[in-house]
Design a protein around this ligand. Sequence first.
Ligand code: AMP
Length: 471
Amino acid sequence: MPLKKEKPVPPKKITKPVVEKVVEKKEKDEEEGGKSSKTFELLRGFRDILPEEQGRWNLVRDTVRSIAESYSFDRIDLPILERSDLFQKTVGKATDIVEKEMYVFTDPSNRSVALRPEATASAARAYISHGMLDRPQPVKMWYVGPMFRHDRPQAGRYRQFYQAGFESFGVDEPIVDAQLIVLGAQIFRELGLDIKVEINSIGTPECRQAYLAELTSYFRPHRNKLSEDDKRRLQKNPLRILDSKEEATLELLQGAPQILDWLDDKSKEHFMKVLEFLEEVEIPYVLNPHLVRGLDYYTHTVFEFVLAQDEGDKSQSALGGGGRYDGLIQLLGGRPTPGCGFALGLERIVRALDAKGVNPPERSKPSVFFAQLGDAARRVGLKLFEEFRRAGVPVVEAFGKSALKGQLESANKLGVQLTLILGQKEVLDGTIIIRDMESGAQEIVDVKKVVQIVKKKLHKEPAPAEAPVSE
Ligand code: AMP
């Protein structure tokens, strides 16, 4: 018989104050999407786009598609999951996206993969893997889809967000940069959003080298005024210090050397031409010498579309951005091929439309309601519904309701023009009642002819206004 062991005395726990514990649990729960609660909640930074928001989303998606087509961009759908080194190599190891924000994990085949944080690198990969260099250049492609960045969520900043992007590969002419900017501006114009174009040039990697040496030596004596983040930027990726939001850095930046003064002649000429083209088509722009964009692959022109009136949170007012990336294809092992493109943030655009009170209906309002009484009527109704659908007349029904009163109430709420009523008697007689919802007038018609009759009623021209009586 085993000896009875003495129970060890647990070490005394240091208990945290209750409030602190509750706050910690809430934050942990939020991070884990309410794992410990009974209901499943969304992961932090993720959201549902609800039916009532779809009108605005459709407006944005449809505008993007129609503009893309009118500028001869071809749609491409790219995978959401890619090898993680695709982004490490192109976006850059010392960028926020790769350093802190990428969803990277090992897949069941033991490969390191990432949820795409952006899609330009994927488009470049597709260009190489499908031999698009052999197609007539430029190859112009557009896409729309979700991107993933594990950033700190806030209004207008999510961990899953949608981008629509435009990429043009194969031509290094400044007119390509300019036309992409025109295309973007056109999307905003059609959506009725007032934006400004901010623009800069970061030249070639060679001329940037000399500039970065100068920038670093300018900041060196002021190192102790910089935040830890900016100190790190200065050391690892000094160009990024230009888009710092820290007050102390912003003050120092006023006297900092500007990249435009360090551009070689070719880069300067390229940039001047882009600006001339924009002036030609009267796209107003603002030179922003601090605009560098957060990704390593950019060369020459960089630009952003910024909401014009948004004086509030500047960091959320960028609705899109992009630039030229002449070294990208080569970086991925392809033959040297220039390229230029940009991406729009759809949540931010939808938010701007919301702020303006724009919310078109999700789909066109149906004009006909079908009300039924009894099982036989439901059976006929199901068939009739299909006949109307095939004839292109949208009909709403409430097959789940049985009382006529409730169904007519639904019809009223929907504001339909006509309600079709089918009861036991009508089924036996092969008829159906058409009720004009405005006048309340009812008419019994042959059920076989109802689709044609309804079509005619809906398309009837409004009665001509009475001629004025001359005095
Ligand atoms: P970027 O290339 O990172 O500048 O992204 C292009 C556009 O996508 C930005 O101008 C934003 O409108 C949008 N965007 C970027 N990150 C986020 C995010 N975390 N949440 C929502 N929209 C974003």
